[in-house]
Structures are given as C-alpha cells and as structure tokens.
Design a protein around this ligand. Structure first.
Ligand code: KG4
Ligand code: ZN
Length: 342
C-alpha cells in the first residue's frame, strides 16, 4: 500500500506545498513573497499576511499537479519550527484544519532536519545516488550554520555550529552594506564570478573546535569599505565584482576548513550540503575539489531543493510516518526548535 504525504512549509517568506508518495516527489509548488524586497529583509507581519493569501491556492495547485485527491492524503506534514512564529502559525493551523477535515494524520517537522533530508528526495524517471549513513552534512542557511553527523534519517547529532551569525546572514549583511538587494547571497554569487577572489583580504576567525563565527568577518568587511570609501566615494561601484569574489572566497574558506577538520576527526568519508547557501557556486566547487583531493564522496543537492520548499517537509514527514511519529491537534509551532539533536 502506498503512502501519500502533503507537505506544508511557511517558516519564513516562501509559502510552499508539495506531495510526496512513497518517498517520490509528485509536486512542489512555491509562492515567493516579493513584498519584502524593498525593505531589505523579511518583514514578519507582511510575511504572515502573504502566507494567509497564498496557502490555499498553493496547496490546491500542489494537489492538482500531483494528480492527488484530498481524500488520498494519508498525512499532512508541516514545518513546526524554527522560523517566524506568525508565519509558522499559518502553516500549522492550515495543516491541523486539513487533517481534521480529511482524517489524515498530522506530522510535525523540524525545518532544519528537512533541509538535510532534501538530499534524499526521489523523482520518477530520475535515478540518482544517495548518501550512505553515517555521513556528515554541512547545513548552511540564512539562520543556521551547522556540521551534523547523520546516523540515520531521523538520527542526527550536531558537532559544530555558529556561535554568532549564520553563513547566509554574513552574505546578506555584507550585501546590504554594499547596497545590494535582499537576499544578498545569490547576488554576491553572481558578481563573484566576474571578480578576483584575491583582490581583498578579510580576517579569518580563530575559533576552537568545529564551531563557526562570522560576526568578525562582517566587521572586517565593513571597516575595509569604510576606509576605502574615504579615498574614493565610488569605491564599491568600482570594485564590486572583486569585493564579492573576495568575500565569497573567505566565507567558503571558513566553511570548508571546519568541514575538513570534522571529516578528519570523525573518519567519515561521505559528505552532503544543504540549506540556501548550498546553492553557492563557490561552495559547490570547493566541496567538489576538496572531495576529490581527500577521496570523499560528496553530494550536492539540486538548486531547487537548497532553498525553502515543501518537498523536503513532505519527505521528512514520510520518514516520520513510517515510524508512527504523529502529532496531535493541540500541537503549537515554535520559533526556536530546542530539540537540537533531532
Ligand atoms: O535555507 P534558506 O532558503 O532559508 C533559511 O532557512 O534560512 O536560506 C536562505 C539563505 C539566504 O541567506 C540567502 O542569501 C542564501 O541562503 N543564499 C545564498 C545563495 N542562494 C541563497 N547564499 C550564497 N550564494 C547563493 N547562491
Ligand atoms: Zn530554510
């Protein structure tokens, strides 16, 4: 008998719904919210309002594209956290209502766990290789930067994390300083392709163990710009590509050195990346090159599964469904998901 899961994602500024059947993605619909662009970041109140407008049509389209009737849904999996509370409330309330109306089971999902498990999304007609347990995952998003040992689908241990800013935040904040639009990561990635990565040097943090820090880099970047702009008011415009290339180079370098240290310490030979920053071209090529040099097997998620999407939520829901890990109607969303080791 097959298992059909409807996934709902509404943790930040993307409203998404997806259908996964027996681990295979049948649809994945995402409505992004352009309303935040002019504010240079996500405005929580506007995000929840937009989720409310988007959620019904997005779910309807996801079911239609999958060719699935509401009554065929065995469980509805929703992002419980971490994220913006008002945004999470929209997805959670919708999921509860849907489950109640259709008699489907309810499954709560940790957004970060889902990012990692996106590496296991299957599609009909597309055969691919999946990581074997145990493997390491570098999770790099707008809010998180973690190195995780994956012992099984639902058995993970965080062995390193950022003590201040996340890697995506470093990209976004530095982009803002240069007057680039939000989110800055993809814009920096684009300019970096035309620039010289050695043009500017920024300080690399000295943090013990496998933890990360990006706040010092942000300050070093800001001071460099402040000093250079004293002599040349147009400094940023004149050196945009080199600034982006140098910044991306140091962020990737920081990420990769701790990852390499973690691989050595654990003796694990397979590695995956996940989260929005996993779309970064510099990080992807550095991981491929390091894997080749060190003899690791590396897994890069498809671009469309790196940023927020409900397919990863539905897939995580599927793994939890198989273990009978259901939620009840009194479940509430949580902005901070404290169950760190999943
Ligand atoms: O995972 P995600 O969609 O949302 C969170 O859960 O945080 O990640 C969004 C982050 C943003 O900081 C964005 O700037 C970054 O991912 N990002 C990138 C790229 N694409 C998205 N950063 C660097 N290079 C990219 N190509
Ligand atoms: Zn995310």
């Amino acid at each position: 008998m097959s298992t059909t899961i409807l996934g709902i994602e509404s943790s930040c500024d993307d409203t998404s719904a997806a259908v996964v059947r027996d681990g295979y993605m049948l649809s994945n619909v995402i409505a992004s919210q352009d309303v935040h662009r002019k504010y240079g970041g996500v405005v929580p109140e506007l995000a929840s309002r937009a989720h409310q407008q988007n959620i019904l049509p997005v779910v309807d389209t996801a079911l239609k594209q999958a060719g699935v009737e509401r009554t065929e849904v065995d469980a509805v999996a929703f992002t419980r956290g971490p994220g913006l509370l008002g945004s999470l409330l929209v997805g959670t309330s919708f999921a509860k209502g849907f489950a109640l109306a259709t008699n489907a089971k309810l499954v709560e999902v940790n957004h970060l766990q889902a990012h990692i498990l996106s590496n296991f999304l299957k599609e009909h007609g597309k055969e691919k290789d999946f990581p074997q347990f145990p493997f390491l995952c570098l999770l790099v998003s707008g809010g998180h930067t973690q190195i995780i040992v994956m012992r099984d689908y639902l058995d993970m241990k965080i062995i390193g994390h950022t003590i201040d800013d996340a890697a995506g935040e470093a990209f976004d904040k530095c982009a803002k300083v240069m007057g680039l639009p939000y989110p800055g990561g993809p814009v920096i990635d684009r300019y970096a392709k035309e620039g010289n990565a050695q043009a500017f040097q920024f300080s690399k943090p000295k943090i013990e163990g496998l933890d990360y820090s990006f706040s010092g880099l942000k300050t070093s970047f800001l001071y460099t710009l402040r000093d250079k702009c004293k002599d040349d008011a147009q400094f940023i415009e004149h050196h945009l590509a080199d600034l982006c290339a140098s910044l991306q180079h140091i962020i990737v370098n920081i990420l990769m050195s701790k990852l390499e240290q973690a691989m050595q310490q654990t003796g694990i030979r397979e590695v995956a990346i996940a989260g929005g920053v996993a779309a970064n071209s510099g990080l992807r090529s550095a991981l491929t090159a390091t894997a080749e040099r060190c003899g690791w097997k590396a897994f890069l998620p498809e671009f469309r599964f790196t940023t927020d999407n409900a397919a990863m939520i539905a897939l995580t829901g599927y793994f939890k469904y198989r273990k009978n890990l259901f939620a009840s109607q009194d479940i509430a969303p949580t902005a901070r998901y404290e169950n760190v080791n999943f």
